[in-house]
Design a protein around this ligand. Structure first.
Ligand code: NG6
Ligand code: CA
Length: 517
């Protein structure tokens, strides 16, 4: 009897152990310190473009799901109101105005990031991550004279990414080919690629001279080489077999992103998924044409949203959601007409891409840099909203803190607890940039120093923030920056100028300080 009982006991113990190890097998092992990390980085997506941020014109259920089940930041910033400087700051944790070359780059620009410079992918690699980029690069390649027909280096692979599948610059700039780990994809060596941003190649049609060849018309700029019926910035010859098909770009990048994720083994991964939408030229795949009712700009946002949904579904299918920290944002604010006739202005209706904010892409006003900013980590980040001021520049130090690295970029602040929703206390202040001009944000205040220059870019119809006077706005009760309080609150203004100059130095304006007195 006794023996039977103890045998039964042993049997029970084994059963329990057996069950336990079985449930451990099927349950997800969450490593809180080394999750997979994905940056989903849209191009020119505005603060008011998506539903979760109050957007009314375009249905974005997948981005909304990330926001509603993650943390939505109301004061999340890109570092600059244009692409290259924002991406530079994101990856290096360095203010873009510290590097005088951090401007919108042509497709032939040399690599902007010094290969000796620290970057997020380098930092993550050093603690055991696989690192990959899929999508828009726009940070320069090579050292000056790129030969597109040989191995292109240095590039993303030399600044920390073990895998890269990129377009060199933008969708509207040549070369219009994908580059995988430094090699142009599908290039036929008997049809070499040449690129020039100054002069055309003899006999090649251009948007300017051959309007009959265009399926999309240019409004300003964008009248050089024609690829797929779309006139581009810059001249390109050759490489016919390698040219991307614009309408397939979203699927091409999504498939690459999924393939990269699919190779996951035991190592955690970092994926920088740099989407091309809704930057011009807006070329939705046929299955999205007409999906928004707002023309191609709305349609490519629907397309981008669908891609994000597909990516999320894939992560779920791979059982990776609990193990993956996702960051969704945009490189700069929105623009409607950015150089092509694509009905973005005509069809926008009540949809306000910048939401309640003033300005847009290129602007020192809020809409230039305040963008959708969402963190999502299933089971770890509690759903909610945060009004803390955070910048993309802070991803570096915050992620370093998460994964146990002590390296970072010079301007990056560790806001890990804020990004994970454990603290409401964000940055105290932040320098914002737009085409090498800078402004200052501290507490509720936005201060814009005087700049000589047009008040508005009439081609894109966006107010740039230039004024010969200082501007001071209280964003708490004037989010639309309508009441300039500079002359009524001189003490606050002077305090802000002093704080700003401590970081920025005094050589920030093209107006002499003396003239201001
Ligand atoms: C501008 C282009 C604009 C866009 C922008 C870069 C003209 C007239 N305009 O110079 O269309 O390409 O550069 O956008 O060429 S960004 O989002 O990559 O910064
Ligand atoms: Ca952009």
């Amino acid at each position: 009897m006794k023996l039977t009982l103890s045998l039964m006991g042993i049997f029970l113990i084994f059963t329990v152990i057996g069950c336990k190890s079985k449930s451990v097998d099927t349950e997800v092992q969450v490593d809180q310190t080394k999750p997979n990390i994905i940056f989903i980085y849209a191009d020119d997506l505005g603060y008011g473009d998506i539903g979760a941020y109050g957007g009314i014109g375009i249905k974005t259920p997948n981005m909304d799901a990330l926001a509603n089940n993650g943390l939505l930041f109301t004061h999340g910033y890109a570092s600059s109101a244009t692409c290259t400087p924002s991406r530079y700051a994101l990856l290096t944790g360095t203010y873009p105005w510290r590097n005088s070359n951090a401007k919108i780059l042509p497709g032939t620009a040399p690599l902007l990031i010094d290969t000796a410079q620290n970057t997020i992918p380098k930092m993550l690699k050093s603690v055991g991550y696989r690192t990959g980029i899929v999508g828009k690069w726009h940070l320069g390649l090579g050292t000056g004279m790129v030969d597109w027909n040989t191995h292109i280096t240095p590039g993303p692979n030399e600044v920390g990414f073990e895998y890269s599948y990129i377009m060199a610059a933008t969708q509207d700039r040549v070369p219009t080919v994908y580059i995988r780990n430094g090699e142009v994809v599908d290039l036929d060596s008997s049809d070499p690629i040449v690129v020039d941003y100054d002069k055309n190649f003899e006999g090649e049609p251009t948007g300017k001279d051959n309007p009959e060849m265009l399926k999309m018309k240019w409004h300003h700029g964008h009248n050089n080489s024609i690829v797929n019926g779309i006139p581009r910035i810059g001249f390109m010859k050759g490489g016919a077999s390698a040219k991307w098909k614009d309408e397939d770009m979203a699927d091409d990048f999504l498939n690459e992103a999924k393939a990269y994720i699919g190779q996951s083994g035991d190592q955690p991964f970092f994926l920088y998924y740099a989407m091309q939408q809704p930057h011009v030229p807006r070329t939705p795949h046929p299955r999205f044409v007409g999906s928004s009712g707002l023309g191609p700009r709305g349609d490519v946002i629907v397309e981008a949203d669908w891609c994000i949904g597909a990516l999320m579904a894939y992560l779920e299918e791979m059982n990776l959601l609990e193990n993956t920290l996702i960051f969704l944002s945009s490189d700069n604010g929105p623009v409607l007409n950015d150089g092509y006739y694509d009905d973005a202005v005509e069809l926008t209706g009540n949809h306000k891409p910048a939401g309640p904010l003033r300005g847009g892409k290129y602007s020192l006003f809020e809409a230039g840099t305040r963008v959708p900013f969402i963190t999502y980590w299933k089971g770890t980040i509690q759903p909610g909203k945060s009004d803390a001021m955070v910048s993309q520049i802070d991803l570096f130090a915050s992620l370093a803190a998460l994964v146990g690295s002590n390296t970072s970029g010079p301007d990056s602040q560790n806001l890990l607890d804020v990004l994970l929703g454990k603290s409401p206390k964000g940055r105290e202040d932040l320098i914002l940039e737009a085409s090498t001009r800078t402004a200052y944000r501290k507490g509720d205040w936005a201060m814009i120093p005087p700049y000589r220059g047009p008040e508005k870019n009439n081609e894109v119809n966006i107010e740039l923030g230039n004024s010969t006077e200082y501007q001071l706005y209280n964003l708490n009760d004037d989010i639309g920056q309508q009441k300039n309080l500079a002359s009524t609150l001189p003490e606050i203004l002077n305090g802000l100028i002093a704080d700003f100059e401590k970081i920025r130095g005094t050589e920030y304006s093209n107006i002499q300080k003396l003239e201001l007195k």
